[in-house]
Design a protein around this ligand. Structure first.
Ligand code: ARG
Length: 603
């Protein structure tokens, strides 16, 4: 936010001719910035405080500077007689702008601004013609890394990885929409001591390792479990497995090949999930950073950061009661050494300005510690919202309907693919119950079932504040009532069907007809549409997808209030209202897109 010291009249004139950049709140801030510059005595530093007004309050935006400003200037020979008078001055000094209908002062100096409905309508018309990408937020970075999903080889992808995949994909989409180049990184756990036993087991089961295929090996998790139980019960095998680790790390080609085989089989399994969820990412697993680790640890060492502790090499960090281990006592590297190296690589080789890590909150300490080590090394600025910036995006547990950790009946971790299958089957059944199998082609039925089923799973996760645990409940997420993807997707499809039924060519209407926001419900809907960009920007900067979900749900509620009172087809306002329907559908689709949900057009 601006803090300024000198007044400048030219700013006031500039603001009068401002072009709408998409971020409504910012546009209003610009107006008040200009007014405050004229209002405050020279040399006063002030931060413009503008907030969207609560529903039912007068005005659309409120400037709350009068009271604070008064306490700064009172008793210093000011001509003002109290906060209301400061408010009056702020209101009077507001630049002339076609954005503003009225500006007035209430109570102890709240300055309420009412936007011009005409200007609002014009801005929406413009978006309909130029496209919603013209409303994209602008962020202060060019390139970002989103490190998400990141399952571990040979272990099953579980619901925790599902959360990371869904949340990370949405964050990446929001950044991409904001014109940031996003490196979507899958930091797969493809290195570590478990590979010793996996490889030894593979050699025993399949002496001809070259020809092993995914089908031969079957379920990798079962394979992992079997090798683990052999490792625990058979000391001969254990010894071989430990030797295998040494050989693998030493680069023995036979062990390397076996390792690559296991990774490849896991990879094909992961890919199936990503394909279903329509999530794209590029694998740069832990092993990718191996060649750089020794060097990076050396850099930290030369800065005097590393100390010896109980045979291991560690970094002591202020505020933590345990040190961060970067070299194990056997000389091997660990999760933290890899993450430090990956961070170094991303900052220096990939030139990322913002790096976002999406994992469960259980790993928070790990991230806080290696972030702190990187700050100590001077790789990152000291304050955490300054760029280059790193963020750990933590999320809570997934619970079952019984309130306990989500498990299957046999108490195993829940397999992701099974969840997705069930979501699809259930939504298909619901569509068939509504007779859609008779109306649609089998492909349409299948595609809709997928869009609704997978959309429901994603939305149920994203709509909660990510830090809270959430309950996985199929009945709830697939309900067509309440704040669910099903309700929202249906709402969108209904808008599309109104436009179709009108028989009008909407692209033609955009060019020839005007939009009017004369009635309160039309205006409220229009205002909400204009708040889209500022919402995405907020969701993006605070890394909170639920903010966007909340917006989307509100949008559909406002649309319902409008539609339940006002006739569209056949009314004198038909053309204008069809444009308003179209604008709502466009913004809804952009929200779906950012949330990774496929919209449906018929229901
Ligand atoms: N593979 C890890 C896990 O499943 C997550 C990795 C997250 N990313 C990172 N750079 N540490 O818990």
């Amino acid at each position: 936010r601006l803090a300024f010291a000198t007044r400048s009249k030219s700013v006031a004139t500039m603001a009068a001719n401002q072009e709408f950049t998409g971020n409504l709140k910012r546009e209003v801030e610009k107006l008040f910035d200009a007014s405050l510059r004229l209002t405050v005595p020279d040399g006063t530093s002030v931060e413009t405080e503008v907030a969207a007004s609560l529903p039912g309050k007068p005005g659309d935006y409120q400037c709350n500077n009068a009271m604070g400003l008064w306490s700064v200037i009172k008793g210093k020979g000011t001509q003002f007689r109290g906060p209301p008078a400061v408010g009056q001055a702020i209101s009077k000094n507001l630049p002339v702008s076609e954005m503003v209908e009225t500006c007035s002062v209430a109570g102890p100096g709240f300055v309420n601004l009412v936007l011009s409905s005409k200007w609002m309508a014009k801005s929406i018309e413009k978006m309909l013609i130029d496209g919603i990408d013209t409303w994209a937020p602008t962020l202060p970075v060019k390139r970002a890394v989103v490190d998400f999903s990141s399952p571990n080889i040979a272990k099953e992808m579980h619901v925790g990885h599902l959360r990371s995949t869904i949340i990370g994909d949405t964050l990446a989409r929001m950044l991409e929409y904001s014109k940031v180049e996003v490196l979507r990184r899958n930091h797969v756990g493809d290195w570590g001591t478990q590979f010793g036993m996996l490889i030894e087991y593979l050699f025993e089961k399949f002496p001809d390792t070259e020809s092993v295929t995914e089908t031969a090996i079957g379920d990798l998790q079962t394979f992992y479990k079997a090798s683990k139980s052999k490792f625990d019960s058979d000391s001969d095998f254990k010894e071989k497995a430990q030797k295998a680790v040494v050989r693998l790390q030493g680069g023995d080609p036979i062990y390397r090949n076996a390792w690559a085989k296991i990774c490849e089989i896991s990879r094909t399994e992961f890919a199936k999930v990503y394909q279903r969820l329509k999530v794209e990412l590029e694998e740069k697993g832990e092993s990718f950073y191996n060649p750089y680790i020794a060097d990076v640890i050396g850099k930290l060492d030369s800065k005097g950061l590393i100390e010896e502790s109980e045979g291991a090499r560690v970094i002591f960090l202020e505020g933590f009661n345990i040190p961060l281990m970067v070299v194990k006592s056997d000389g091997g590297f660990n999760y933290a050494s890899t993450d430090l190296t990956a961070l170094w690589y991303r900052l220096n080789e990939e030139k990322a300005e913002w790096i976002v890590y999406v994992t469960d909150v259980g790993q928070q300490q790990h991230f806080n510690m290696f972030f702190k080590a990187a700050r100590k090394a001077g790789w990152l600025p000291d304050s955490d919202k300054t760029y280059p910036r790193v963020d750990h995006v933590g999320f809570g547990l997934v619970l079952g309907v019984d309130g306990k950790r989500f498990r299957t009946r046999s108490s195993d971790v829940v397999r992701l693919v099974d969840l997705l299958d069930e979501a699809k089957t259930r939504s298909k059944t619901a569509l068939i119950e509504r007779g859609k199998d008779k109306e649609w082609t089998p492909e349409e039925l299948d595609q809709t079932a997928e869009a609704v089923g997978y959309g429901a799973v994603k939305y149920a996760d994203l709509k909660n504040n990510r830090l809270t645990n959430y309950t996985f409940n199929f009945d709830q997420m697939l309900s067509d009532k309440g704040n669910t993807a099903v309700y929202l997707l249906y709402a969108h499809a209904r808008i599309c069907s109104i436009i179709r039924k009108s028989g009008k060519d909407i692209d033609e209407l955009k060019k020839t007809e005007k939009l009017a926001l004369d009635h309160p419900e039309e205006r409220a809907l229009g205002l909400h549409l204009l708040r889209f960009a500022e919402t995405v920007e907020e969701a993006c900067s605070n890394l909170l997808p639920n903010v966007l979900c909340h917006y989307l749900y509100d949008l559909s509620e406002r649309y319902t209030s409008f539609y339940s009172i006002h006739q569209v087809i056949g009314s004198p306002e038909e053309a204008s209202r069809l444009l308003l329907c179209e604008a709502t559908a466009v913004v809804m689709r952009k929200c779906f897109h950012l949330l990774g949900i496929t919209p449906v057009y018929k229901i």
